[in-house]
Design a protein around this ligand. Structure first.
Ligand SMILES: Nc1nc2c(ncn2[C@@H]2O[C@H](COP(=O)(O)OP(=O)(O)OP(=O)(O)O)[C@@H](O)[C@H]2O)c(=O)[nH]1
Ligand SMILES: [Mg+2]
Length: 497
C-alpha cells in the first residue's frame, strides 16, 4: 500500500540523452540518507560536489548534490537533487544505488545505545506521475491552480501559452479567485446577519442593508465575468481552436489550407475531388494554436455515385464539422452566377446548419476574388451573408492566389472565438475545469441577484445561493475538492514532476 508519507524518488529530467540528468528525492529526514549515500553532511541550499559510488566503491558518476530542508523546498518536505550526466544508464544506476543505501542500517545518532540501529530511509519508492507537485499542493506550498499551471508551463507550445502559464504559476489567477472568494464570503456574512435581524429592528435600516447587498452581488457578478473572460482566453491559448475548412469541390479549400499554414500541406489541382481524406495541421495566429483540417469537397451527387473513397472522405468531413469549434465555409466567387452551383451552395448551407446546429460558428469565406470584380460584388455577397445568418457586416472576400483578404480572415477567426486583444497580456492559463466552476459561480450569483430584486426578498434563499457560489469558487483553488478530482489532475503529469 503506497502512502503519501513514503519518501519518493524519480528521474526529473526528460528521457533520452542530455548533458545533465537529475534524480530527485523527496521525503522526511533526508539528511541521514544524504550522508549515507554521499559520505558527508550536506548543508541546505548549497551545491556540493560528490563522487557517487556503488557498493563495490566503483564510481557511478560525479554529481552535484543540492539539499533543501523542508519546509523550505518545492514539495515542503526535505528534497535532495542529484545532478549527474544525462545518460539513461547513469541515471538508472544512481536510482538503484539510492534504493540500496535506503535499506542499509546505520547507528541511531540520536540514541547512542550500541544495539540501536536504524534503516536509512525506509519505504523509499518510485514516485507516481505528478507526485512531487501533488506533495507541494498537499503541503500548501502551492494551490491547485498553480499546480496545474506547472503542467501547462511544461506543455506550452507557444510563447504566449508559456507566458500565461507562468502568470498562473506566480499566483495571479489564484489571487483573483481568492479576492473573489473573500468578496463572496463577506457578502454572505452580511446576508446571514440580515436573516438574524431582530424583529424590533427598524424597517428602514433593513431596507438600506438589503439594497447594499444587492449592489454588492452585482459588483461580484461583474468581477466574475471579467475573470471568466480572461480564463476563457487562457483555455483557448492552451487548447487551441479546432477549425474545419469545408465547401463544395474545387472552391479552393486546400489552397486556403496551404496559404494559412504557409506551406504545401494539401494537394491543389483544378480537378474537382482532389482532396479525399482529412489533412490536419496546427498553425498559430497571434500565438493562438489553430488546429486546421482540410476536408473533401461535398457535393450532392456523391451519394449516387460509386466512388467509395470519395463517399468515405465526405463522411469524415461531416464528422469533423460536427466536432469543430469553427467552420470556414468556402465559396467560389467565379461560379456564383452559375445556377447549379448557387443552388448546391444553398443546399450545402442548409445541410451544415442541420448537421452542426444553428448555434455553430460558421464563417463564410468568398474565395477567388481575383476572378470576379463586378461593382455589385459587395452587395451580392452581403445579401448572401445576411440571408445565411452570417455575423459579418463585411463579407470576407479573399484570394488564395494573391493573398488578398487573408489577414482580415485571420483576424476574424480570432474575433469569432472571443479573443480579446485588450486582455492579451492579462491572460492566465486556465482549463475547462475552471471555466465550468466559474460558470457555476456566475449562475448562483445571478440567481441570488434575481431573488434580491424580487419584492418579497427571501434572504434564506439568497444566502444559500451565495454558499453554493462560495463552494464552486473554492473548488478552483483546491480547498474544496474530492480525492477523485485531485487524483485525476495529478495523474496527467509526467513522472518526476
Ligand atoms: N484564380 C484563383 N484560383 C484559385 C484560387 N484558389 C484556388 N484556386 C484554384 O482553384 C482550383 C481548386 O483549388 P483547390 O484548393 O484544390 O480546391 P478544393 O476546394 O480543395 O478542391 P477539392 O479538394 O477538389 O474539393 C485550383 O486550380 C486552384 O489553383 C484563387 O483565389 N484564385
Ligand atoms: Mg482540396
Amino acid at each position: 500500500m503506497q502512502a503519501f508519507s513514503d519518501p519518493i524518488i524519480a528521474v526529473s529530467t526528460a528521457p533520452g540523452r542530455g548533458a545533465v540528468g537529475i534524480v530527485r528525492i523527496s521525503g522526511k529526514k533526508l539528511s541521514r540518507f544524504a550522508k549515507a549515500l554521499l559520505g558527508k553532511n550536506l548543508n541546505p541550499r548549497q551545491v556540493q560536489f560528490s563522487r557517487l559510488k556503488d557498493a563495490r566503491q566503483e564510481l557511478i558518476d560525479e554529481v552535484l548534490a543540492l539539499y533543501f530542508q523542508g519546509p523550505e523546498s518545492f514539495t515542503g518536505e526535505d528534497v535532495l537533487e542529484l545532478q549527474g550526466h544525462g545518460g539513461q544508464q547513469v541515471l538508472q544506476r544512481m536510482i538503484k544505488r539510492c534504493f540500496e543505501v535506503s535499506m542499509q542500517n546505520v547507528p541511531n545518532e540520536e540514541n547512542q545505545n550500541q544495539d540501536n540501529h536504524l534503516t536509512v530511509l525506509p519505504h523509499l519508492r518510485l514516485a507516481n506521475p505528478g507526485e512531487f507537485t501533488q506533495r507541494a499542493f498537499l503541503n500548501s506550498k502551492i494551490d491547485l491552480l498553480q499546480a496545474e499551471s506547472i503542467m501547462d508551463l511544461i506543455d506550452a507550445s507557444t510563447e504566449m501559452a508559456a507566458k500565461s502559464a507562468s502568470r498562473s504559476l506566480s499566483g495571479v489567477f489564484s489571487k483573483e479567485i481568492d479576492q473573489l472568494l473573500q468578496q463572496v464570503t463577506l457578502a454572505r456574512v452580511m446576508i446571514e446577519a440580515q436573516i438574524d435581524f431582530p424583529e424590533e429592528e427598524i424597517e428602514e435600516l433593513q431596507a438600506r442593508e438589503q439594497e447594499k447587498t444587492t449592489r454588492e452581488i452585482e459588483e461580484i457578478i461583474e468581477q466574475t465575468q471579467l475573470i471568466l473572460s480572461k480564463a476563457r482566453q487562457g483555455v483557448l491559448l492552451k487548447e487551441g481552436l479546432k477549425t474545419v475548412i469545408a465547401g463544395q469541390p474545387n472552391v479552393g479549400k486546400s489552397s486556403l489550407m496551404n496559404q494559412l499554414c504557409e506551406q504545401e500541406v494539401s494537394i491543389v489541382t483544378d480537378i474537382a475531388g482532389t482532396t479525399r481524406d482529412l489533412i490536419k495541421q496546427t498553425l498559430q495566429i497571434d500565438g493562438i494554436p489553430i488546429h486546421l483540417i482540410d476536408t473533401a469537397g461535398i457535393h450532392q451527387l456523391a451519394s449516387q455515385q460509386n466512388d467509395t473513397v470519395e463517399k468515405l472522405g465526405i463522411e469524415r468531413a461531416w464528422k469533423e464539422m460536427g466536432q469543430a469549434q469553427l467552420i470556414l465555409f468556402v465559396h467560389d466567387l467565379s461560379r456564383i452566377d452559375n445556377i447549379d452551383y448557387a443552388s448546391a451552395e444553398e443546399a450545402l448551407h442548409q445541410q451544415i446548419k442541420q448537421h452542426v446546429g444553428p448555434q455553430a460558428n460558421v464563417v463564410h469565406v468568398w474565395n477567388k476574388i481575383d476572378l470576379y470584380e463586378p461593382t455589385h460584388l459587395k452587395s451580392v455577397t452581403k445579401n448572401l451573408n445576411q440571408a445565411w445568418g452570417s455575423q459579418e457586416d463585411d463579407p470576407l472576400l479573399i484570394s488564395t492566389r494573391n493573398g488578398q483578404g487573408l489577414q482580415a480572415l485571420k483576424k476574424n477567426i480570432l474575433h469569432r472565438m472571443g479573443w480579446d486583444l485588450n486582455l492579451g497580456e492579462d491572460v492566465y492559463s486556465a482549463r475547462e475545469r475552471h471555466l465550468l466552476s466559474l460558470k457555476d459561480v456566475l449562475f448562483h450569483l445571478q440567481t441570488a441577484k434575481k431573488i434580491a430584486h424580487e419584492a418579497q426578498k427571501n434572504m434564506d434563499l439568497i444566502a444559500e445561493e451565495m454558499r453554493l457560489a462560495q463552494n464552486a469558487l473554492s473548488q478552483i483553488t483546491g480547498e474544496f475538492n474530492s480525492d477523485d478530482l485531485l487524483g485525476e489532475i495529478f495523474s496527467k503529469f509526467c513522472i518526476g514532476k
